[in-house]
Design a protein around this ligand. Structure first.
Ligand code: MN3
Length: 241
């Protein structure tokens, strides 16, 4: 490719990304904005609680590997991709994911997989805490959308169990309407390339690395255990977001 043409495409991608940020913020009201640091790098966020805080439902070793190894690897590989395309530096992760379609092809898959991995896990860690209960607004919203909190749980379990291979199950808000969806791999509904669009309210990682040490092939048991560690206070915050 001629240098001029290449430069033009990079410039166009950057302008497109800026426009997407404004649209996303205005329409979806996204609160979780993951920033690059002053060195234009994304960083592994601290969990905010001990690795064994979710025992016995999610074991300490799984949490340690999941956060310290898997999530760290997504962050590292995302940074490596951005080093190859400096035009993508200085943006929030939400902005990058919302404009993947215009992301230079050389790094698009890397930003999708590792940027998605970084966002999804950052979102997920905040959703884990023992002994919380659905708040008033959450209860009402789930009743309106699904009939009851229990009916929501049943539907969410069904969708989580039926993800083929690796992926995520989500409760999303799409134009203030709640829906349960799943995405493959590290995709999420903030990505412009996703067939489902919406603001995640809660999500469950159903990759085997999230549960295999303790639950082996019994994903259904892991999904049941999630209800014991789902941070309903954070769900309520996300709903208000
Ligand atoms: Mn994971």
């Amino acid at each position: 490719m001629k240098p001029n043409r290449r430069k033009f495409i990079k410039g166009a991608a950057l302008v497109g990304i800026g426009a997407a940020l404004q649209t996303n913020r205005a329409e979806a009201g996204i609160k979780l904005l993951i920033q690059q640091t002053g060195a234009d790098k994304f960083e592994l966020p601290p969990l905010g609680y001990a690795y064994d805080a979710l025992e016995p439902f999610i074991d300490a070793q799984t949490m340690q590997l999941h956060h310290g190894k898997h999530h760290q690897a997504y962050v590292n590989k995302l940074n490596e991709a951005l080093d190859k395309e400096p035009s993508l530096k200085g943006h929030t992760l939400e902005k990058l994911l919302g404009k993947l379609g215009s992301c230079p092809e050389t790094v698009r898959s890397a930003v999708r997989n590792h940027g998605g991995g970084h966002w999804n896990h950052t979102f997920f860690w905040a959703l884990l805490k023992k002994e919380t209960q659905p708040g008033k607004k959450t209860t009402e919203a789930l009743q309106t959308a699904f009939g009851s909190v229990d009916a929501f749980k049943k539907e969410f379990e069904k969708v989580s169990a039926s993800v083929f291979g690796s992926g995520w199950a989500w409760l999303i808000s799409e134009n203030a309407k709640l829906r349960i969806v799943s995405t493959p791999n590290q995709d999420n509904t903030l990505m412009d390339i996703s067939p489902m669009q919406g603001r995640p309210i809660l999500g469950l990682d159903v990759w085997e690395h999230a549960y295999y040490l303790k639950y082996q092939n019994k994903r259904a048991d892991y999904i049941q255990a999630y209800w014991n560690v789902l941070n309903w206070d954070q769900v309520e915050k996300n709903l208000n977001g």
